[in-house]
Ligand binder design. Structure first.
Ligand code: FES
Length: 199
């Protein structure tokens, strides 16, 4: 499938922001992923052509970062942290629940709604484990039991209904979901707490 005129002009505009065209490779990959849901090998060549670099240079960047999807995925996607803080709070149970509901990591639910992408080594939400990234948003203090609810009512766990993974992360959303406080003013963790991902 040929690159759309819209994507071509977006990548060209990104390229023109930088003294060196190759500096736009990550923004260009983001633009493709947001428009098409994932980045195909064909797009490596398209980006390379526009940035005057080789397709293998584009591929090397795309494959280095876990945030880039290199194959089609569902309308939403999940990453689960299994590093030590989250592991101590039960991330293994969360993973097992996902595996039993969807299949091994990399699988997409039968209805195409959810891709359970992979485990990751820290989402930067260590105080609120087990932590998960749902599209561009954090879901924290999870339990394995909550996975069923999350899969059946995914929109509840997103800051605005219907926002899919290719929507832009809302940098101000964290403020809208500020931590609740107890009577003595101390922060309290909240089940299903969610906020915009920083990655
Ligand atoms: S250890 Fe899980 S978010 Fe850091």
């Amino acid at each position: 499938m040929a690159l759309t005129d819209s994507l071509r002009s977006t990548i060209t505009a990104l390229r023109d922001r930088y003294p060196q065209p190759r500096s736009a490779v990550i923004p260009a990959l983001w633009a493709v992923q947001e428009a098409e849901g994932y980045i195909s090998a064909e797009r490596f060549a398209d980006i390379a052509d526009l940035l005057s670099i080789t397709p293998s240079e584009v591929e090397s960047v795309a494959t280095f970062y876990s945030m880039f999807a290199l194959k089609p995925r569902g309308r939403h996607f999940l990453l689960v942290c299994t590093n030590v803080s989250c592991a101590l709070r039960g991330s293994d149970g969360v993973v097992e629940r996902l595996e039993s509901r969807i299949g091994p990591s990399g699988s997409t639910s039968a209805d195409g709604t959810m891709t359970w992408e992979q485990t990751v080594e820290c989402l930067g939400a260590c105080g609120y484990g087990p932590a998960m990234q749902l599209d561009h948003h954090f879901v924290e203090n999870l339990t394995a039991e909550e996975i069923d609810d999350l899969l059946e009512h995914t929109e509840k766990y997103l800051p605005s209904h219907g926002e899919a993974h290719h929507g832009a992360a809302d940098a101000h959303e964290a403020h809208a979901h500020a931590e609740p406080t107890s009577e003595n003013g101390e922060s309290e963790p909240r089940k299903g707490r969610r906020r915009s991902a920083k990655r």
